[in-house]
Design a protein around this ligand. Sequence first.
Ligand code: NAD
Length: 375
Amino acid sequence: MKIAVLKEGAGETRCAAIPETVKKFIALGAELSVERGAGDGASIPDADFEAAGAKLGSRADALKGAGIILSVSGADAATLKGAEKGALLVGALDPLRRRDAVEAYAAAGLEALAMEWMPRITRAQSMDVLSSQSNLAGYKAVVDAAAVYGRAYPMMMTAAGTVSPAKVFVMGVGVAGLQAIATARRLGAQVSATDVRSATKEQIQSLGAKPIFVENVAGIEGEGAGGYAAEMSPEYQKAQAELVSSHIAKQDIVITTALIPGRPAPRLISKAQIATMRPGSVIVDLAAEAGGNVEGTVSGQTVEQNGVKIIGAANLARSLAADASALFSRNLYNFLSAFWDKEKGGPVFPDDDEIVKGVRLTQGGKVVNERLTAA
Ligand code: NAD
């Protein structure tokens, strides 16, 4: 089985393989072919891939006869010629926003597998690219806020007087939110956090932060279906807005991460609430690409309202390319190796497997994923 590792397009710094996963795939019996320069954005020199046992070459060399193509953000089908018929294309393919690209994968006879549609089940935890990348984004959001905040995070008692600790409020306590809480705590901030899922209350407390929860209207008991939140009732939204209004005016840094699968991100902070914050405060909106949790967010940009900086964070994992590539690559290896059939010398995907049903987008020239065919 030949596995091709592609150099990503402009703007994508990550790489879908690292020397460690190259070695592991070779140990499974595969042959690895890496497009020259594939690791540049993640500071992995071609020589390191070569030392791990991969062949280096042009894109055409890498693709020629490949049965598996590894990519971070999914190249267009037109640039994938030369691979075997029925070759697997594995990556974060963004199927809802790249519907035409998915159709083109089907037409090209590729079997496209979208890693971000990995089901949230225990067996798939080590294959979950959303978790591995969100964790890094949660960390980076806090660090990026620190870089533009004109004050310090920790309390400092100095001969020239005391610096008071920053107050950080995290809204949405999934994978990114938990890492944001932990990072802000490590930097010495006073941290509070909120979510709609009751299960997060204990997690917030266990990280040494203060839970701020709507008490008078029921939220989501426990984890919520598949670990995900749902859209909340108008009563809940009203109660949440009141709670946020009274809390946010006292906060210096706010990190928002709230997402609802298949829906625009819930609006959690209004312009009127931002106007109550102290000038110099910073909001990082990690949901910016999904429409934003904050009124006025612009994805990929920093805007200012009443002296409050609002960072519309887009794909922060890309700014930690080396770590993000390592975790992403291991997710891909964990996925493919779990289905590896030694005799066939490659992965075999049973049609009725929950993971396969979740991630498989195209097969036999057709789009087959229910989430796409039902839409
Ligand atoms: P996510 O990115 O979908 O959403 C981020 C957070 O925003 C969630 O905690 C959600 O409850 C919250 N949120 C949604 N609407 C909100 C609102 N109106 N106000 C406040 N908060 C709101 O979530 P995620 O980070 O992917 O993780 C969610 C859960 O799934 C976690 O408990 C996580 O541990 C679990 N998970 C399990 C697996 C697995 O078992 N394989 C993998 C990933 C995540």
